[in-house]
Design a protein around this ligand. Structure first.
Ligand SMILES: Cc1ncc(COP(=O)(O)O)c(C=O)c1O
Length: 489
């Protein structure tokens, strides 16, 4: 029997059965007119509930791949003979080429590897518009730097990061984020987790407690938990993290990790009142605030509030920045700003850890900033994202008005939608992922697991109105298919 169930993965059983039959049809193992086992027989063979098999069959019937003939049973539909062999040419419908990546529950917002290497899937979160990156300019600067490189670019990089990049960053942070700091306060690392590791190794010990936004950035959550820190989920509402709740739940916490500009993943901006309350708690308690300002540049309504760090008169905030959103994630270049009195402390940890980003990557980035390309690039991307976001919102209005309600915020690189027709977000996301659409459910972003009705849709790589409409059309079909399954109602 081609149907094997894996109970060790997150994918629900109905979806596994659905996927196996889909694959069987695609590979030619299952042929038009072939009879499938009766629901009762298959349920007992696989030792699952009958409803589970019914649900999988119903999904396939609604996609036209199976047909039921009353008491005679369920058959592979004759229409599969008409399916094109190269299905990626087919723009409409759910006979989409299944993207070749692991069919497990969504786990993170990184690019999944398909057979062609790394790629960006529709709706994928947190990846900048790669089509709009100035590749030629970047290549020219890179070639020039590699050609003219001195011996010092070939040696071990400075543990703190290239001086000239830190100078450029200090100027940028002052102008764009309202942060006054010296280059000595800045430490460069190879990505946000390396930044968190530098902070944790410098300031915390295993078992220390920290506030963590609920929902919150699950990659940081998993990393911090893995290195032995204890995270207390503090809920997020329309004003950002609920500071009062944090003070009640864990007054003596050693740190709070927050995303004040655009809360990850709700995009809510932390209000000034809450910012001041958070700082007051940290000042009184001698606790640390880790401010993750990963996409603060992408604000579309009014000017973004300056970083929380700009209000930090008592030096309790460690500011984290990254080039993953403003340039590109493969660069692996992030940085933190630490209090001047902690410089030596962080420096000795940085020397032990050796978390440096390669020197020539730092030099290219620094030149890109110095020559004025960076600020031009940011202006261009902000405008592009504003436009792409409005294309997606418009397409949702046209194609999905009875399925989604958009919960719009002032900035960010994705939108949050509430499902209004009763389909659980996790079911929606799993079927969408199966069809190559990287739609994430809010569920994975929660420490206290519960079923959510929110989905996260990245818009940065959806290029125009037409593509937005086509993708929303597919989401609408997914919604219809799921709605037609009794068990999900
Ligand atoms: C909330 C948040 N913080 C930080 C980052 C940056 O991570 P990195 O520097 O490892 O790319 C991301 C990237 O997705 C993010 O979503």
């Amino acid at each position: 029997m081609f149907l094997k169930i894996d109970t060790n993965i997150n994918t629900p059983i109905y979806l596994q059965i659905y996927q196996r039959i889909h694959e069987g049809i695609k590979s030619g193992q299952l042929k038009a007119g072939q009879r499938l086992p009766a629901v009762r027989v298959l349920a007992s063979e696989l030792n699952v509930a009958r409803g589970t098999i019914e649900l999988a069959y119903q999904l396939l019937v609604s996609e036209g791949l199976l047909e039921t003939k009353g008491a005679k049973g369920t058959f592979i539909s004759q229409t599969i003979k008409n399916l094109p062999t190269n299905r990626s040419k087919e723009p409409e419908g759910l006979y989409l080429e299944q993207k070749a990546f692991n069919q497990t529950a969504p786990t993170n917002n990184c690019s999944k590897q398909n057979t062609n290497g790394y790629t960006v899937l529709p709706f994928q979160l947190g990846t900048p518009a790669l089509d709009a990156f100035p590749h030629k300019l970047w290549a020219r600067i890179s070639a020039r730097i590699l050609r003219d490189s001195h011996f010092d670019l070939l040696s071990y990089p400075d543990a703190q990061g290239l001086r000239q990049l830190r100078e450029g960053l200090a100027r940028y942070l002052m102008i764009s984020r309202g942060i006054h700091c010296s280059p000595e306060q800045i430490f460069i690392s190879f990505g946000h987790r390396a930044s968190l590791q530098l902070i944790a190794q410098s300031l915390f010990t295993a078992g220390d407690i920290g506030w963590f936004e609920e929902p919150g950035y699950h990659i940081a959550r998993d990393f911090l938990q893995q290195i032995g820190l204890k995270l207390i989920p503090i809920s997020v509402d329309g004003q950002g993290i609920n500071v009062k709740q944090g003070v009640e739940a864990a007054p003596a916490a050693k740190f709070a990790l927050v995303t004040p500009t655009h809360q990850s993943p709700t995009n809510v901006t932390l209000t000034l009142e809450r910012r001041l309350a958070l700082l007051e708690w940290a000042n009184q308690q001698g606790s640390w605030i880790i401010e993750d300002d990963y996409d603060g540049e992408f604000h579309y309504q009014g000017r973004p509030l300056p970083a929380l760090k700009s209000l930090d008169s008592e030096e309790r905030v460690i500011y984290c920045g990254t080039f993953s959103k403003v340039l590109y994630p493969a660069l692996r270049l992030s940085y933190i700003v630490v209090p001047p009195t902690y410089h030596d402390h962080f420096n000795s940890t940085a020397m032990i850890m050796g978390n440096q980003c390669p020197s020539w990557q730092q030099e290219i980035t620094s030149t890109f900033i110095q020559e004025g390309h960076f600020s031009r690039h940011l202006r261009k991307m902000r405008e592009l994202y504003r436009q792409r976001r409005s294309f997606l919102i418009e397409a949702i209005k046209i194609k999905l008005s009875d399925v989604f309600e958009v919960e719009l915020q002032a900035g960010g690189m994705h939108i949050v939608v509430k499902i209004i027709n009763g389909i659980p977000a996790i079911q929606f996301s799993q079927l969408a992922i199966y069809h190559g659409l990287k739609v994430e459910a809010l569920d994975d972003w929660l420490i206290n697991k519960k079923e959510s009705d929110c989905l996260l849709l990245g818009f940065t790589n959806i290029k125009d109105k037409q593509e937005s409409l086509m993708l929303c059309h597919k989401l609408n079909e997914i919604s219809h298919n799921l709605l037609s399954c009794e068990e999900l109602k």
